[in-house]
Ligand binder design. Structure first.
Ligand code: NZQ
Ligand code: ZN
Length: 384
């Protein structure tokens, strides 16, 4: 196991009715900007619960954050924060609203001219406004991590940044608010959170038993409950287990002291930015390609994952590893996601442009840093 040093300072408030605790969690006398998305919170009652819990606070609102949040929209909120001297940001929504709020928190305090530099050039973030979260969609883990992903519509780029300054001060997770999710978003959340675990697990063994056991446990839970949730949308226990699993899948714990491979995520950004594919949809297409292309490098962990997640114990190592890849792809299909670029109307002629972001950003992805734009292209060609 490699050395590590980390802290996760996010306070989690989990369970039925917990939005009522909001007033006690926000610092006293805060001037709050409530950030939300396209209006689902107004239809499912979450907005009313939040406003009631914030009774007595000075609250401004900023709605209209898109899925895969736009830089341009976030900058409109930054103007409001600066003009109105907002002191606390409250994200009420899924990963997109939370990520947008994290970016608004950092960009509002940014001293340079162009806050896009935070994402494009890794410009340093020295301060950020404090933020809290009411989560409505279990998927990204953004409610308990220090990262965010933002899309620039003008340049057709999607990029991420990380800083401990944007860890939420608290996140409220009430599984009941997920009952109103459309099936497509439920499935996206299941697949995204499963693949978050995979990207921190499926590299090569470093004898990190705690991390491996934790990761395998999360994958088993997400697989088992994921297969039940679409037929049982109002089952509290299924929703609760999926919600807590998704948070743990990307809250830094399982990734400590182990090699990681975020190549499917990074390559997937271009599929969203250029073709508008949902984030999870990019992953269910690309991950089987990474597993196939890097078969030899990942074989030992594929065999281990097969045994401990899918109960694949028969056959040679090669056979077991291939069955693991097939089981993952079958799972994504069972959840209703596509697993081929062609199913999304993306053709061979599009692949150069999709791999170009890897080149432009100078990325060398994967646990061995050997996925450059040439390899990214070959992986994408495997998924046509
Ligand atoms: O906008 P509203 O009207 O709220 O509707 C949303 C949106 O249309 C809807 N929704 C959310 N909660 C709902 C609901 N509808 C009914 N009932 C509810 N309770 O769902 C739609 C999708 O929401 P979104 O926030 O976009 O989904 P998700 O949570 O999957 O977030 C995706 C974004 O997170 C980024 C992705 O790249 C993408 O931009 N990620 C962030 C990460 C992080 N910060 O750590 C890691 C991930 O790998 C990911 O990259
Ligand atoms: Zn993801």
């Amino acid at each position: 196991m490699n050395n590590f040093e980390f802290a996760n300072p996010v306070k989690i408030v989990f369970g039925k009715g917990m939005i009522a605790r909001l007033g006690a969690l926000v610092p006293e006398a805060s001037k709050i900007l409530l950030v939300y998305g396209g209006g689902s919170i107004r239809r499912n009652g979450v907005y009313d619960q939040v406003r009631e819990a914030l009774n007595g606070f000075d609250v401004l609102e900023f709605g209209g954050i898109e899925a895969n949040p736009h830089y341009e929209t976030c900058m409109k909120a930054v103007d409001i924060v600066r003009r109105e001297q907002v002191s606390f940001l409250l994200a009420v929504g899924g990963g997109s609203v939370i990520d947008a709020t994290k970016f608004i928190a950092a960009a509002s305090c940014f001293e340079g001219n162009e806050p896009w530099d935070i994402l494009y050039k890794g410009a340093p973030i020295r301060r950020a406004l404090p933020l809290g979260v009411v989560l409505t969609l279990p998927a990204t883990g953004s409610e308990m991590n220090e990262r965010a992903v933002i899309s620039n519509i003008a340049t057709q780029q999607k990029l991420n940044f990380t800083t401990p300054l944007v860890f939420p001060k608290f996140s409220i997770l009430d599984p009941e608010v997920t009952y109103s999710l459309p099936a497509r978003q439920v499935a996206n959340g299941v697949v995204d959170s499963f693949i978050h675990v995979v990207e921190q697990y499926l590299t090569y063994p470093v004898n990190a038993k705690v991390q491996d056991a934790f990761a395998e446990g999360l994958m088993r839970v997400i697989h088992e409950e994921g297969l039940k949730v679409l037929d049982n949308p109002h089952d509290y226990d299924i929703r609760a287990n999926l919600m807590w699993a998704a948070t743990n899948a990307l809250n830094l714990w399982i990734g400590q002291g182990v090699p990681q491979d975020w190549s499917s995520h990074r390559m997937g950004y271009a599929l969203t930015a250029q073709f508008g594919l949902d984030h999870a949809q990019t992953l269910s297409i690309l991950l089987p390609g990474v597993m196939t292309y890097m078969f030899e490098e990942k074989k030992a962990k594929l065999v281990q994952m097969g045994a401990n997640v899918f109960s694949i114990t028969e056959g040679t190592d090669d056979e077991r590893a291939w069955k693991t890849i097939a089981s993952c792809e079958a799972f994504f299909k069972q959840m209703g996601l596509k697993t081929r670029l062609g199913e999304c109307g993306i053709e061979e002629k599009d692949v150069d442009a999709l791999a170009a972001l890897v080149d432009e950003m100078g990325w060398h992805l994967g646990e061995h840093h050997n996925i450059d734009s040439r390899v990214a292209k070959e992986i994408m060609l495997l998924r046509l």
